[in-house]
Design a protein around this ligand. Sequence first.
Ligand code: NAI
Ligand code: MG
Length: 331
Amino acid sequence: MHKLVVIPGDGIGREVVPLAVEALEKLLPDLQTVEAQAGWETFQRSGCAVPEATFQALRDCGAGIFGAVSSPSQRVPGYRSAILQLRQTLKLNTNLRPVRSWPCVSSRPGVDLIILRENSEGLYSGREHWETEDVAIAERVISRGASEALARRALEVAKARKARRITLVHKANVLPITCGLFRDTCREVLEGEGWAAELDERLVDLMALQLVEQPEAFDLIVTTNLFGDILSDLACHWSGGLGLAPSLNWGNGIALAEPVHGSAPDIAGSGRANPIAAILSIALLLRYHWQKPALAKRLEKAVENFLLDEGKADFGFDTTRIVGQGILAAL
Ligand code: NAI
Ligand code: MG
């Protein structure tokens, strides 16, 4: 019996998630779903962005899909980003973000890489304070434990996809203590576990340039939280943009599929949201969490076949429905 917690969230999260769940129901007829709340509207209603029932449902089911939530960009007392709370509280300590070329919609062929991002600490640890009235401080937390867990996950992913190269991305020249600990710990684990193929390193600024210049040269990129957040949005340009960028929050026996995009208030309610990122996030759950690579491939193939036929079309205000139904029909 497969169980899935469904957290639509805010904005376009609510529009794309039902189609992704429908695709999964087609592939796993025994699927049982549990609806759960999180996000800005949940906070406004209840004073809490992630109710305890949502954490508990994920602990009980072990798998979920999270649409997207809105977060205000000024401080709101008592509010903290729902997805950051879920990642940190449930110790979903890695985030897997594949970027690949798709027919018709990608501006470049031959790209096939994964960014594996530390997901629980770094500059997103939530340690921000005012030192004086005019100076604000954010602390960047890097631990040996989380870096080690990430490197072990990298080995697992490298094995599953027969990776030829792992690239560690950091900024140890200006952050020698935190980035140094990250880099050295990852190296120790990878070399200690006999990673025999190519292992190299990049400073994050050069990595950004090279992801633009020659993205097809990279295979598995392993990096810290903020760097991975930024590099994954940059790299997803090659797959066709945020509407095609999936991710998986993963750790501690729990996996939470999550399209990379946010709640997209500029298009929410218009029917223009692309559901492919959410659907491809379900494929990641199938491949990595439920260990069903054949079903993951089937779902990705349905996306590919749909794009081969319809990838050039503009469905305007009916995009969500037509793309979603088209992929379901191709399954
Ligand atoms: P965004 O990802 O929501 O939107 C960026 C741009 O991409 C917009 O022009 C949007 O229309 C477009 N876009 C995004 N997803 C799309 C899709 N599936 N199909 C077609 N176009 C799509 O990022 P933005 O505007 O920076 O943030 C909006 C809100 O989302 C903020 O409140 C932010 O905090 C939140 N956010 C939440 C995330 C999450 O829940 N995981 C991640 C990123 C942002
Ligand atoms: Mg992001």
